[in-house]
Structures are given as structure tokens and as C-alpha cells.
Write a protein that binds this ligand. Structure first.
Ligand SMILES: Cc1ncc(C[n+]2csc(CCOP(=O)(O)OP(=O)(O)O)c2C)c(N)n1
Ligand SMILES: [Mg+2]
Length: 587
């Protein structure tokens, strides 16, 4: 028997939520509001729906993004009409550009109230423009419209969100009053009769057959043969999911080509038997590197890349074979390098290029020299960084990656935290999972994303964030406070935007500090305490190490504020680069 719904709004909302659940969308992030009441009640009353409630839609949407990244599953968002819906936009842009599936359900007023000056009413039609994979204005629930319409709408929404390129979809759902689950004694039995088979089956109403994961006019065996003809080639690992990383690793191990691994690839911090060039950004800065013969092939899996030096270097190479594999039809070629662009899942393509006999190639002298030089560069920079007694950003990046326990995943906020981890991250065997928001590289929603990742993974996360990113998303500490899994915030407080010191504008003293450095003088102790999060402050590396080790060992949420200095930071980076100028390939 189908449930006895009190009114037509509840019928549609109940079907919608149940169909989402049947499609594997079990996580719902809701924000309070009146117009979305039917959806909220439907989630609350569906025993298979897991829900998180967060008052701020901007944080809620980034939290949903984090859950989707951590769980590799689509996540649903529910909010009321008006600016509530507009607050989802930054996270929708990030989800669109980092190809993460979100099902965005915004409640809307009925058509007779649009454009009339009615309260909390805006034009929500196509609110998110081209940043959603599909957009549907779901009309007010009405028994004149078949109930199966609701099911096929949800099925289409989930399908469009989870077929490549993955991304957000928007269902703008209009509701007329009554919004609460009251009944006037209507009998929906005859209306719902056509759904009896669906109800009994426990399956989604529409079974979409997915296109073959990728369909290309290339013979991968032939491509592999051209790869094998190259003596010198790079594997470049950009942003990859866990499973994709495994397959790329397999190929990298077999080819024994140097792996230029981005921090978002899952291959940067670990060795895994590959010829990994962990410190590629710094190695590229050496004169020694410029004297090496160029590669004949570049095989890139995943995008984007974090290191500007690496992006520029790859663009400068004129090689005969350049293959880029990203699961998206989008151009994703900011340097206009062209070559062979495979629109398919990087893991599967890598596996397609892998020779199934499993035989490993011998590592070339060229590749081994690069591996050795990268390790030597790593040691060289470590020596300089370790000699600094005061807390400094490169050392924090090295310690966090070196000292985090393998239970923890890392979220690296935009601006310097992600770049420092890319440049200075310690090589470990801990298989640390790393997450970033590099779709649009915003410094917004970073705390909420980290908390969402913890929920999506079902495990603890260390989030490294700058002070401006933290100020931007301060109220998302509420999500950390009630996170079911530990979230450790490492707040690097350099009193402003440290990244801007690396730009030429930094030498324009009349404008720099006020408009770019943007000092604020704030500290975060009271903020952490307001949300009931244990707080520690560090000004030396020794203090930081103690505080970090303690919170990691306790496996609880916590907040460590480290004070650093923007000017000293850029000087330290310059000293490291000057030292790398002396590098001769071994020491
Ligand atoms: C939403 C958003 N606004 C502005 C920017 C431009 N931006 C990039 S980095 C940065 C400074 C970030 O400062 P902080 O978080 O303290 O990190 P730091 O540079 O000090 O490492 C800004 C404002 C952005 N990326 N995203
Ligand atoms: Mg800062």
C-alpha cells in the first residue's frame, strides 16, 4: 500500500524524496524555511533519508559538495525561495567546474505570485544559468498531472547529474499553500494507483542505461604502442578520484615514466612504486632542470593542475605525443596545447593503456635522475624550512602531511594552503587522501566543504585554511561543532592574503597593503570557543607540533591557530628559490 498522504503537496514531495532515495541519493542537506515545508517534512518522514540541517544556505551547499566529494555519491539540497536559493550559487559553480553531482531542490512560490511583489519572491527560473547540467521548473503539485511525472523528473535529474560530465542539477519546485502536512480528507488512492508496481518494486521508476563509460575513435592498443616507442615521457596526474588514482598508478608503475603529481591527484604524497617527482614545482625552478632533454610524450590524467610553474612548463614543451584524459567534453586546456584529448574516465583509460601481462618496464636513466633530483631538492628545501624556529607556512605544510595519521583525510583550502602542500608536502607511506576545491578556486565555503568531506568519508579530516578563507566561512564552524566525525581546523593566520605578496602588485607600496594584503588584526580564539571547539594557538613550530600531535592522537575536532608573517613567508620562499639556483642535480 502506498502511504496515506495528507495533501497533494505531501504526495509530490513524498514521491520526490522516495525516488531520490531509490536512485541512491540518501544524504539531504536542508536549511530552514517555510516554502520548502513539504520537502522538509518528506525528508524527515523518510526513514532511508539522512539529513543535516544548516541555517546558512551558502555553507549548506558547500557542505553538500563536501559530502558528495567524500562519498562519491550525489547529494540533495533543500531550501526555501528567494535569496536562500541564491546563496547556493558559489557551491553550485564549484560543483559544476569540479564535476560533482548535486541535486538542488529550491522551493518556489506558485506562478500567480511571481513578479507581483509577493514576499520573498524572486525569479528563480534558470537561476544558476549554465552552471547546472539540467534545470526543471516543477509545477505546483496537482492531481491533474500524473504522479509518474514526479518520478521521471527525479530520475532524469539524477541521471543528468551523474552522467559525464557530472555536476549539479536544479529542480525549482513551486508549492501552493497549505505547506504543512494537514489534511482535508482527500483520498489520493485512485491518483496513486498507477504507482502500485513502482511502490512494490523498491526500484527507481526509470532505469537509465548508461552510455558506455567512454566511446572514442582511438585504439588504445595502438596508442599504447606509440607510447612504448617513446624513450622519455611524463605522466602528469591532475585532480583524480581515489579509484582513478589506483588505475593511473598501475599504468605509471608499469611504464616507469616520471610522474608529475599534483596534490589533488592522490599520488603526490605517496611513493607507490612509481617514479614520482614529488617536488616538481621546486625542481622546475632549478637551472639543472633546464639542462635536461625534453620528453617526447606527455600523458596527463585529470585536471586542473595547481602549480603554475608546472602548467607553464608543460605548455612550453614541443613533444610528438600529448594525451590529456579528463571525463568531460569541456576544453580544459588553458594553455592551448592541443594534442589528443580523450573525453573519458581517466582511471578506465589508464587501465585501457595498461598491458595486462603486468610486466614492468625498466626505469630509464633519465627518469631515475629526475626521481633522485626531486628527492634531493626536497631535502634541500626541508633543511632551510626546518631551520626556522618561528611558525612558518612551508613547515606547517610539511608537518601536517608528515604527522597526520593515515585515518585522516586532508582538505587544503585555496590560496597558499593548497600550494604549500603541493610544494612542501612530506612524502609518506600513509596513503593520505587529499581534497581541494579547485573547480573555481574560491576562498569561500572551505570550512563547510571540509566538514562535508568528513561526513561523506565517514572519517576525520584535517582542514588547512588561511585567515581570510576562515573569516569568509566562519559560521560554518557550526558544522564542525556538530560534525559526527572529527574535523581539525588548522588556521594559518598571517593577517591577510599572503598569496598577494607573490604577485608583482606587491611592489606597489601605495596600494598593496590596504587593497591586497588586507590586514584585519583578528584572532580566532573567541570564534572557536563560541562554537564550543577546543582551541590552541601556536607561534613556534614546537608549539604547533605539540598541538597538532595532541589533537590527532585524541581523534577529536579541534582548532589550531598558527600565527605566521606574510612578509617573512615570501622572503622564505625567495630564499628557497635562490638556494635552488645552486642545485646541480644531486645536492
Ligand atoms: C570567494 C573568493 N574571493 C576572492 C578570491 C581571491 N583570493 C584568492 S586568494 C585570496 C587571499 C586569501 O587569503 P587567506 O585565506 O588568508 O590565505 P593566504 O593567501 O594568506 O594564504 C583572495 C582574496 C577568491 N579566490 N575567492
Ligand atoms: Mg592569510
Amino acid at each position: 500500500m502506498l502511504p496515506d498522504f495528507p495533501n497533494i503537496n505531501c504526495v509530490w514531495a513524498g514521491l520526490l524524496v522516495e525516488e531520490l532515495v531509490r536512485n541512491g541519493v540518501t544524504e539531504f542537506v536542508l536549511s530552514p524555511g517555510s516554502r520548502c515545508t513539504p520537502l522538509t517534512v518528506a525528508v524527515a518522514r523518510n526513514s532511508s533519508a539522512e539529513s543535516t540541517v544548516h541555517f546558512d544556505e551558502r555553507g549548506a551547499a558547500f557542505y553538500a559538495l563536501g559530502i558528495a566529494k567524500g562519498s562519491n555519491k550525489p547529494v540533495a539540497l533543500i531550501c526555501t525561495s528567494g535569496t536562500a536559493a541564491a546563496n547556493y550559487f558559489p557551491a553550485i559553480i564549484e560543483a559544476s567546474q569540479s564535476r560533482v553531482p548535486l541535486i538542488v531542490l529550491t522551493a518556489d512560490r506558485p506562478p500567480e505570485l511571481i513578479d507581483t511583489g509577493a514576499n520573498q519572491t524572486i525569479d528563480q527560473d534558470r537561476l544558476y544559468g549554465k552552471f547546472v547540467r539540467w534545470n526543471c521548473n516543477v509545477p505546483c503539485p496537482d492531481t491533474k498531472i500524473a504522479a509518474t511525472y514526479v518520478l521521471t523528473t527525479v530520475d532524469q535529474a539524477v541521471y543528468r547529474a551523474t552522467r559525464a560530465p557530472f555536476g549539479p542539477v536544479h529542480l525549482n519546485c513551486a508549492f501552493r499553500e497549505p505547506l504543512e502536512p494537514t489534511s482535508k480528507g482527500e483520498n489520493f488512492g485512485p491518483y496513486l494507483e498507477p504507482l502500485q508496481g513502482w511502490h512494490d518494486s523498491a526500484r527507481p521508476y526509470t532505469a537509465y542505461s548508461r552510455p558506455r563509460a567512454y566511446d572514442i575513435d582511438l585504439n588504445l592498443d595502438e596508442l599504447r604502442a606509440s607510447i612504448d616507442r617513446c624513450d622519455r615521457g611524463y605522466i602528469v596526474a591532475g585532480m583524480l578520484s581515489d579509484i582513478e588514482t589506483c588505475h593511473v598508478q598501475l599504468l605509471a608503475k608499469q611504464l616507469q615514466w616520471p610522474v608529475l603529481a599534483d596534490i589533488a591527484s592522490g599520488m603526490r604524497l605517496d611513493d607507490l612504486g612509481c617514479a614520482t617527482i614529488h617536488y616538481v614545482d621546486h625542481l622546475l625552478a632549478t637551472n639543472w632542470f633546464r639542462s635536461l632533454p625534453a620528453p617526447q610524450a606527455i600523458l596527463q590524467f585529470g585536471a586542473p593542475l595547481t602549480s603554475k610553474r608546472l602548467i607553464q612548463y608543460l605548455a612550453s614543451i614541443d613533444c610528438s605525443l600529448r594525451i590529456t584524459v579528463v571525463n568531460s567534453p569541456d576544453r580544459l586546456d588553458p594553455s592551448h596545447t592541443g594534442g589528443i584529448r580523450i573525453d573519458g574516465p581517466p582511471g578506465e583509460v589508464a587501465f585501457g593503456l595498461y598491458r595486462k601481462d603486468g610486466k614492468l618496464n625498466e626505469r630509464s636513466r633519465w627518469a631515475q635522475d629526475l626521481v633522485d633530483a626531486s628527492a634531493a631538492v626536497g631535502l634541500r628545501t626541508k633543511a632551510i624550512v626546518d631551520a626556522q624556529p618561528v611558525a612558518n607556512e612551508p613547515a606547517i605544510a610539511a608537518r601536517i602531511t608528515g604527522n597526520a595519521s593515515s585515518r585522516f583525510a586532508l582538505f587544503l583550502a585555496n590560496s597558499m594552503p593548497v600550494r604549500d602542500a603541493d610544494m612542501f608536502g612530506t612524502v609518506t607511506t600513509k596513503d593520505l587522501r587529499t581534497f581541494v576545491n579547485r573547480g573555481a578556486s574560491g576562498i569561500d565555503g572551505n570550512i563547510a566543504t571540509a566538514a562535508g568531506i568528513a561526513r561523506g568519508l565517514g572519517g576525520p579530516v584535517v582542514a588547512v585554511v588561511g585567515d581570510l578563507a576562515l573569516l569568509h566561512d566562519l559560521n560554518s564552524l557550526a558544522l564542525v561543532a556538530k560534525s559526527p566525525f572529527p574535523v581539525v581546523i588548522v588556521a594559518i593566520n598571517n593577517d591577510g592574503g599572503g598569496i598577494f605578496h607573490f604577485l608583482p602588485i606587491a611592489s606597489h607600496d601605495d596600494v598593496f597593503e590596504k587593497y591586497f594584503g588586507t590586514p584585519h588584526g583578528f584572532r580566532f580564539e573567541h570564534a572557536a570557543k563560541q562554537f564550543g571547539i577546543a582551541y590552541e594557538r601556536a607561534t613556534t613550530m614546537a608549539q604547533f607540533n605539540d598541538a597538532f600531535s595532541a589533537v590527532i592522537a585524541q581523534n577529536v575536532s579541534g582548532f589550531i591557530e598558527v600565527q605566521t608573517d606574510r612578509t617573512q613567508n615570501v622572503e622564505l620562499h625567495r630564499r628557497i628559490l635562490a638556494d635552488l639556483d645552486q642545485f646541480n642535480g644531486s645536492h
